[in-house]
Ligand binder design. Structure first.
Ligand SMILES: [Zn+2]
Length: 101
């Protein structure tokens, strides 16, 4: 498992926290949140890279364009997890959690 994949997995874990479920963050605020509250094993640069990647390929997460950021309230692109988890549209990408041999 490469380090970038680790950061990406940790990013997903962050959104799986009970208090983050249903919240959406813009890119800048998300990196800030991850740096402050995510695991210390991931550097700021790695969080930025993982966040950029997550906006491009959200996988199980959702990129929203009409939802205000939880922190700065800007109506730009934001990333988060929908509260309704019934929708299974996207197939997991190659960094799937289940594929650890
Ligand atoms: Zn924001």
């Amino acid at each position: 498992m490469t380090f970038d994949v680790f950061a990406r997995v940790e990013l997903e874990r962050f959104f799986c926290r009970r208090e983050e479920f249903g919240k959406f963050y813009c890119k800048a605020c998300l990196v800030q949140q991850l740096s402050r509250r995510g695991t210390r094993k991931v550097s700021g640069d790695a969080w930025t890279a993982a966040t950029e990647e997550a906006f491009l390929r959200p996988g199980r997460l959702r990129v929203s364009s009409g939802r205000p950021c939880e922190i700065c309230k800007e109506l730009g692109l934001s990333l988060g997890v929908e509260r309704l988890d019934a929708e299974v549209g996207d197939q997991p990408t190659d960094w799937s959690l289940g594929s650890v041999a």
